[in-house]
Design a protein around this ligand. Sequence first.
Ligand SMILES: C[S@@+](CC[C@H](N)C(=O)[O-])C[C@H]1O[C@@H](n2cnc3c(N)ncnc32)[C@H](O)[C@@H]1O
Length: 205
Amino acid sequence: LGDQDREHWLYAITPDWMIRRLLVPSGLLGRVAGHNMARINAEMNRALVDMLELRGDEHVLEVGFGPGVAVRMLTAALPNGHVAGVDPSVVMLRQATRRNRDAIRAGRVDLRVGTVDSMPWPDGSFDAACSANAVQLWESLEGGAREVHRLLRPSGRLGISVHEYAGASLAGDVPVALKRAGFEDVSMHRKVDKSGPALHFLAHA
Ligand SMILES: C[S@@+](CC[C@H](N)C(=O)[O-])C[C@H]1O[C@@H](n2cnc3c(N)ncnc32)[C@H](O)[C@@H]1O
């Protein structure tokens, strides 16, 4: 079996209740999933943060921050900036809060429970936005992209990274949704890291 087939095979034998717990991590299983994500997705999170080419003073949004690894990387890249994020999982909020406690106390990080569909900040609040391995879980790709577009300043950038096995149609669907939502200059590249092949998208509001 190749990586892709193995993932499909795992999905096929995994009960629905377990998949739901992993999509929006909850309970003990969700806590374990969060610890695994922090380890497995770190390289992809690094590539995503690097793709944003931050200057150090920007306000950046992360959608679906999970255990908060990218939040920590963003904070390190933004000595004079600010990081905000949403994730529907209370278990993930707890793990991300623990991982970023000092920056939260210092008022440099603001993490909330919520989804991409409706986020609690005014129009044009952010210079950049990003999302790692979460876009496949959004209720509506285009609806989520519209909400992120609303929150970005004109020409603000959006980076999206996702494992290829998360959905065979993502390579086509993500650019279409981003363009419909008002994004321009949408580019995509494929990169293989320890966790497998991933797609990385960059777009401008
Ligand atoms: C596979 S995890 C990835 C977490 C983290 N970004 C990483 O790379 O390790 C997906 C995350 O997206 C969150 N999520 C699920 N549905 C979401 C939605 N509609 N809007 C925002 N985040 C969502 C989940 O709670 C989970 O924390």
